[in-house]
Design a protein around this ligand. Structure first.
Ligand code: 13P
Ligand code: SF4
Length: 394
């Protein structure tokens, strides 16, 4: 039997969802008035009808963190990297409907052909981590590294969870993109680009993925890592600190994974005998140090799919995915690592009304919410993405 709490109705969950709505309106993103209401009993039938009308002209991608009501209409599901590749492998589809967040739809636009249009059903579906690194701040930081005399030793790497402009920055400066599945390979590659012992990586925007990979996989000490705070002159660091560092980590984090604590791990170990704690590397170093297994979204799914019947798991990643895994595996005892943590509120922005609205608009020949990356930005971002695709074992 799977044991699973239902935190969606908790005050914390509702509070966080409410905060996300405020963030959305700060972006100034509005949907036109013909958005169906969430309570419309015909939504499922309308989604099927629009989907059928579009046929193979539309390809619907669903990220693992999407709601069930959206996943039900996805032609394929996957992590951000797999979905970008899936989109690129469907040149016959004129419309790519990306049920995920903004940076993922941008990557799909960069990797698809020019005759294809990428649609994000709700433009307010951003990513708080990606928003923590603005291109102006990153350019300023690079100037600071030049001034400190370290830039020539530095290879920039950005996590997939970043804007196209940041990916373009890494492309222009000889760096690459990585995902949580290939961060280790990307770091190995970056250090090989500079003389042994001298290279540094400027890792954007997730400090935790950068630190966890450097320390756990490459054997660096946490002291080899410094955190660059974009709100302080020279990142709040001295020239000496920049010179000594091997990893210069941008001060960014995921607002969902960053909420898990080492105390959550201790609590679940007390509560559930023989529990296996499985977390995403966007969690803090303290949390991953206490976990039994650490890995990307795809790794988490594979691990659960091959787990022995009766085994107990506490999973530290986004709630939609954990709930689906718990439902699909009643033979396992699956629980959420922290009962008070909620869904990724921006992923949850894509709901059935937005999906129906975007599909019906496409079927009516009026594409809405197209994601179009500026050609110059797309060129350099593609350089960085192609470098990732050329990494060994990708
Ligand atoms: P993936 O790279 O596993 O798709 O993760 C995306 C994400 O947003 C993780 O928080
Ligand atoms: Fe961004 Fe975190 Fe949501 Fe992923 S889970 S989209 S990193 S805020």
């Amino acid at each position: 039997m799977s044991s699973f709490a239902e935190p969606a109705s908790s005050p914390t969950a509702l509070l966080l969802l409410g905060q996300a709505q405020d963030l959305g309106s700060e972006r100034g993103v509005e949907c036109p008035g013909d958005l169906p209401v969430a309570s419309d009993p015909d939504l499922v039938a309308r989604a099927h009808a629009a989907r059928q009308k579009l046929g193979s002209n539309a390809f619907v991608l669903g990220h693992h963190y999407q709601r069930d009501e959206v996943i039900d209409f996805a032609d394929v599901t996957g992590d951000s990297f797999k979905l970008a590749r899936d989109a690129a492998n469907r040149p016959d589809a004129e419309f790519i409907v990306f049920c995920g967040v903004h940076f993922m739809a941008e990557s799909a636009d960069i990797l698809t052909a020019s005759h294809q249009q990428v649609v994000l059903p709700d433009l307010a579906a951003g990513c708080s981590m990606a928003d923590m690194a603005a291109i102006g701040q990153v350019e300023e930081a690079w100037d600071a590294l030049v001034e400190a005399g370290v830039a020539e030793d530095v290879v920039p790497i950005t996590y997939m969870n970043s804007s196209a402009a940041i990916k373009a920055f890494t492309g222009r400066h000889g760096g690459t993109v990585c995902t949580s599945s290939n961060a280790r390979v990307a770091l190995d590659w970056a250090f090989e680009q500079r003389p042994a012992g001298r290279g540094k990586v400027f890792f954007l925007p997730d400090q935790h993925l950068g630190r966890n990979t450097a320390v756990r996989d490459l054997g660096f000490s946490p002291d080899d890592c410094v955190v660059y705070n974009p709100h302080k002159p020279m990142g709040g660091l001295t020239v000496e600190q920049l010179k000594n560092a091997r990893m210069i980590l941008w001060r960014g984090h995921c607002s969902v994974h960053g909420r898990f604590t080492a105390d959550n791990v201790a609590t679940v170990r007390r509560r559930v005998p023989d529990v296996n704690v499985l977390v995403h590397p966007e969690c803090t170093y303290e949390v991953v140090s206490q976990a039994d297994q650490v890995g990307s979204t795809e790794y988490i799914i594979r691990t659960i799919e091959s787990a022995p019947a009766g085994s107990a798991w506490a999973i530290g990643t986004e709630l939609n995915l954990v709930r689906r895994l718990a439902k699909a595996h009643p033979e396992l005892k699956i629980s959420y690592l922290d009962r008070t943590v909620c869904f990724c509120s921006t992923m949850n922005r894509i709901d059935l009304p937005h999906l129906v609205w975007s599909l019906e608009s496409l079927a009516a020949g009026r594409p809405v919410n197209r994601i179009v990356v500026d050609p110059e930005v797309a060129h350099w971002a593609r350089v960085a993405l192609d470098q990732m695709l050329a990494l060994p074992g990708i």
